[in-house]
Design a protein around this ligand. Structure first.
Ligand SMILES: C[S@@+](CC[C@H](N)C(=O)[O-])C[C@H]1O[C@@H](n2cnc3c(N)ncnc32)[C@H](O)[C@@H]1O
Length: 223
């Protein structure tokens, strides 16, 4: 094992500095994204949005598969939605699902502020109901980002595999569950996350991995 490998693998301060480097050069927040994060707290919403480097990774993956139709599960205040919407070409659309009306309202304001309201539709309601109801026969999506309630992750994956076009991408946030993924036990959220990840890894219709950015983004390309 080389010294460099040892440092990269084990030293927490090196990991922190690498993340800071990625943020500085590849995922700098503009005034809008900074405001959205601050206003999320000011409006009394939980501060549980993705990190900037995760947003940039989603934007990268969106562009990599040439996505024009993106679906997000779990809008919160629109932070990740802005990263996704900014990865779309002209004429592209993001549909994002949110069950909390206050979150949906704040998100709509943020999408307007970011200048992407024309390409974003927020659908209010329990995500599984929306997926199995209004979106059951929707045109195939190019990209799905799963970031709502963890116990439903296996169901979300099963839906996405049937509704993403070949060559499209399925992604899911918090794959590492802050490290609990590999602990001996785990709560219902950890168990559901494991169930989804292992289904993803074993599905012959998918080519899958976990992108080790932030809290881990599970990612699968549909064959
Ligand atoms: C982790 S936050 C999403 C963060 C957002 N993707 C971001 O990074 O900016 C999860 C969101 O999903 C919503 N949510 C939780 N369970 C849901 C469900 N069953 N259906 C729809 N939305 C749900 C919550 O209200 C919350 O706003």
């Amino acid at each position: 094992m080389t010294d460099l490998h040892r440092i990269l693998t084990f030293a927490p301060d090196v990991q922190r500095n690498l993340t800071a480097y990625v943020r500085q050069w590849f995922a700098p927040e503009d005034d809008v994204l900074r405001h959205v994060r601050q206003n999320t707290v000011a409006q009394g919403l939980p501060e549980i949005q993705i990190r900037p480097e995760e947003g940039q990774m989603l934007q990268f993956l969106t562009a990599a598969v040439g996505a024009r139709r993106v679906l997000e599960l779990g809008t919160l205040a629109g932070y990740s939605g802005i990263w996704l919407a900014r990865g779309l070409p002209d004429g592209g659309t993001l549909i994002t699902l949110e069950m909390d009306p206050k979150h949906a309202r704040v998100a709509r304001d943020h999408f307007a502020l970011a200048g992407v309201a024309d390409r974003v539709e927020v659908i209010e309601g329990v995500a599984l109901d929306t997926l199995r109801g209004p979106l059951a026969d929707a045109e195939p999506f190019d990209m799905v980002f799963i970031d709502a309630d963890k116990p439903s992750y296996p169901d979300y994956l099963a839906w996405a595999v049937e509704h993403v076009r070949p060559g499209g991408m399925i992604t899911a946030h918090n794959a590492f569950r802050s490290g609990w993924l590999v602990s001996a036990d785990g709560d219902a959220k950890v168990q559901a996350t494991r169930q989804m990840l292992e289904a993803m890894a074993q599905d012959d219709r998918l080519v899958s991995t976990i992108v080790p950015v932030g809290d881990g983004i599970a990612a699968a390309v549909v064959r």
